[in-house]
Design a protein around this ligand. Structure first.
Ligand SMILES: C[S@@+](CC[C@H](N)C(=O)[O-])C[C@H]1O[C@@H](n2cnc3c(N)ncnc32)[C@H](O)[C@@H]1O
Length: 364
């Protein structure tokens, strides 16, 4: 009975796109680029002889999988492009941005971007799931990059009722046994994504992935945001503002894998083409909490931080939360994020991001 009702509320397919202002409220994710840059630059240094030998009619293709509007990777790409052009100024560099989101946000970013003003840079935005094939870049890709995106599962390979739970709203909140089905799905998605990347890459091409990760002992990304949202859904259910079917349907379809879950597939025959140059675990502290944590006795500062943390959480969770709400109950979304702000005010907690940073090079 519960499942039948749940089906009625979640007929829409998940498309976990960010709110329009995501890149203005994602300083913690953006901080990751500073950790990726030295790795990319040392890779460029290693392949400098090949770059120098490329002719002006060849293209150096760089892609960003799950780029959002493109703003967050722009400083990283600018530094990489400048370094490539130091070696071969006439070489055309093509940036391929891939995301589910409507291109309008990307177009607005690109219009005023420094990248657009660089010489010998071309751009393409592809509105498609990164789990789909990319014939446009087959055997052309030289650097594939993705940050803070590959934890989103492929929602197209399962029915909407796959992502449901009566209490929790995200797989990392579940006990081991219940979490397993999501872990297996994420691993299958990751395998298919890596296989597609291997057909996109040229020999010697590299992948740099900053994947949100579960580092154990309760250390998983933005857990305070997810856990507060879960509590709010339970409160709203008790207050009869959320039906049982909606409570069951509200779910955020991503999974934070452990570094071991990410790397162990690379021993499989189909993926042995990759040399693993790095598989590093690290935590990026919450950019907003870090700045405000010594001023929290001041109610104004505390209130500003609470609003910011709710805003950050909303940027990446709203599209998924809405899917679980009935068509005539969508306005509850405002109440949900008001309550979230209140919870962060009562108990200020940062949204730190745990990552596994992978560098893979295609050898054959
Ligand atoms: C948290 S944002 C990260 C954006 C940016 N890379 C950054 O580092 O800030 C995740 C992005 O992944 C995109 N995304 C999620 N699932 C996707 C999929 N299957 N295919 C393409 N993009 C996807 C979302 O639309 C969103 O823009």
């Amino acid at each position: 009975m519960l499942m039948e009702k749940a089906k009625m509320v979640s007929l829409q397919q998940y498309s976990p796109t960010m709110t329009k202002d995501y890149s203005r409220i994602s300083d913690t994710a953006r901080a990751m680029n500073a950790m990726v840059l030295p790795r990319m630059l040392s890779y460029i240094r290693r392949i400098s002889p090949q770059i120098a030998a490329m002719s002006a009619d060849e293209m150096f293709v760089i892609s960003d999988f799950g780029a959002a509007d493109g703003a967050n990777s722009s400083k990283l790409f600018e530094a990489v492009i400048r370094r490539i052009h130091d070696v071969n100024p006439m070489l055309t560099i093509k940036l391929v941005y891939i995301d589910l989101a409507n291109p309008a946000n990307f177009e607005a970013f690109w219009e005023t971007s420094t990248l657009a003003k660089l010489n010998n840079v071309e751009v393409q935005y592809i509105q498609r799931s990164f789990y789909e094939p990319f014939p446009e870049i087959e055997n052309k890709l030289r650097i594939g990059f993705s940050s803070t995106a590959l934890h989103w599962m492929n929602a197209k390979t399962v029915g909407t009722d796959y992502f449901q739970h009566p209490l929790c709203i995200q797989p990392n909140q579940l006990p081991d046994l219940e979490r397993r089905k999501f872990a297996e799905k994420w691993i299958a998605d990751w395998r298919s994504f890596l296989k597609k990347c291997s057909t996109s890459l040229v020999k010697g091409g590299a992948l740099f992935f900053a994947n949100l990760a579960n580092l154990g002992d309760g250390r998983w990304p933005a857990s305070s945001g997810y856990n507060n949202l879960m509590k709010i859904c339970q409160e709203l259910f008790e207050e009869k503002k959320l039906s049982e079917a909606e409570l069951n349907s509200i779910f955020i379809p991503n999974y934070f894998a452990t570094p071991h879950e990410m790397s162990r597939l690379l021993n499989e025959d189909d993926l042995k083409c990759f040399a693993v140059n790095a598989c590093d675990s690290l935590t990026v502290p919450c950019a907003y909490f870090t700045k405000a944590q010594h001023k929290l006795d001041n109610p104004q500062e505390r209130s500003r931080l609470a609003a910011t943390l709710a805003h950050v959480t909303r940027a990446w969770s709203e599209s998924s939360m809405r899917i679980g709400l009935k068509a005539d109950n969508k306005e509850l979304i405002e109440d949900i994020y008001q309550r979230l702000q209140q919870k962060f005010y009562e108990k200020p907690e940062g949204l730190s991001y745990q990552y596994c940073l992978l560098e893979l090079v295609k050898q054959i």
